[in-house]
Write a protein that binds this ligand. Structure first.
Ligand code: ATP
Length: 319
């Protein structure tokens, strides 16, 4: 459904995104994570046809991302989505449905259904008077007024309370379960881990790794073994409950060494637990490795100025 090949974006002499290559299958939830400034928003805007790539290709629903016809197939949720404060959710969503040429009956039915699924109350209240979570839900409903096949959400749950965040993250999963293809960026790795089929980890403009969470764990994370013993061995810590000691090691050979040492000290192994690395651990390890081995091409070239504005046209919903 989405094909990205060697995508690159330069702002003046600054390379914001370089060599991005990935694909997203129909019905998949694909997460893009990375630290601030990694190039996530720039990548999503190129996919949404809002920023023109300097090089490379992005195809969405078999159309070039820059093709205006692609917009009919797409719902885009920008990171910041200011809404017309004096409008109500209903009038605002009808307005966007009109822009997409959706007939009134279909629009009304679709809007009501979406707002029901989003559990949105106060549908007749001015948008200026509703909570941040409700505003975000309205922005999400806006991304669905044209019943698109592909949804591109930039930090859909950023800055929301945990309950609303969970609601929105579960909603994105539900969209994919109903056949939509969803790409979203996030900082909260737990949410990415819980709902995404596959993820890409971006760092300094490049896709540092991609795959399913178990894939990435296997390739980049290190499994920990927690060995619980009756006697202290080298490197052991007392257990919090005071019942013996725990030693954390990273291989079965090291587990055997602990076992041998505790035996020599007249003790025994009480338990052995395997702890898989979290996505956060994988992410931090990768970022550390990347910064230890900088890419040969510098991100900014000293000879060229760094642009402070981009060349994108009007973005959907940034009134
Ligand atoms: N219009 C622009 N002009 C110049 N530089 C830009 C422009 N837009 C983005 N950049 C730079 O490109 C880099 C990538 O920015 P981008 O917003 O894509 O990162 P991000 O991963 O989305 O970050 P965040 O998590 O903070 O939103 C940053 O260093 C940013 O300052």
């Amino acid at each position: 459904m989405i094909e990205v090949a060697e995508l690159r974006k330069e702002y003046g002499g600054f390379v914001a995104v370089e060599g991005s290559t990935f694909s997203v299958a129909p019905g998949e939830v694909f997460g893009i994570i990375g630290p601030n400034g990694a190039g996530k928003t720039t990548t999503l805007k190129m996919l949404a046809g809002l920023v023109e790539p300097t090089a490379g290709e992005a195809t969405v629903a078999d159309l070039d991302a820059g093709d205006p016809a692609m917009r009919q197939r797409l719902g885009f949720l920008p990171e910041e989505s200011p809404l017309y404060e004096e409008m109500t959710p209903l009038s605002y969503l009808r307005f966007f449905a009109d822009l997409y040429g959706v007939d009134r009956d279909t629009a009304d039915e679709r809007i009501e259904r979406t707002l029901d699924r989003l559990d949105l109350v106060h549908r007749d209240r001015a948008l200026g008077d509703v909570s941040k979570g409700m505003k975000r839900k309205v922005a999400i409903a806006r991304s669905l007024v044209n019943d698109p096949d592909v949804l591109i959400y930039d930090e859909p749950a950023s800055g929301l309370d945990p309950l609303t965040t969970n609601y929105i993250i579960d909603f994105t999963r539900d969209l994919a379960d109903r056949g939509k293809t969803v790409v979203f960026s996030a900082h909260n790795l737990y949410h990415v881990e819980s709902v995404c089929d596959r993820i890409a980890i971006m760092n300094e403009g490049t896709v540092a790794a991609q795959g399913t969470v178990p894939d990435l764990r296997e390739r980049y994370g290190e499994t920990e073994y927690h060995v619980y013993t009756t006697r202290r061995v080298d490197g052991a810590d007392p257990r919090e409950d005071g019942d013996g000691f725990v030693t954390v090691v990273d291989s079965m050979d090291a587990v055997d060494a602990v076992r041998e040492q505790v035996r020599k000290r007249g003790g025994s192994v009480l338990d052995l637990r395997t702890v898989e690395p979290s996505l956060e651990r994988v992410f931090l390890d990768l970022a550390e490795r990347e910064s230890a081995t900088p890419a040969p091409s510098a991100r900014a070239t000293a000879s060229e100025p760094v642009a402070t504005t981009d060349t994108d046209g009007p973005t959907q919903g940034t009134e």
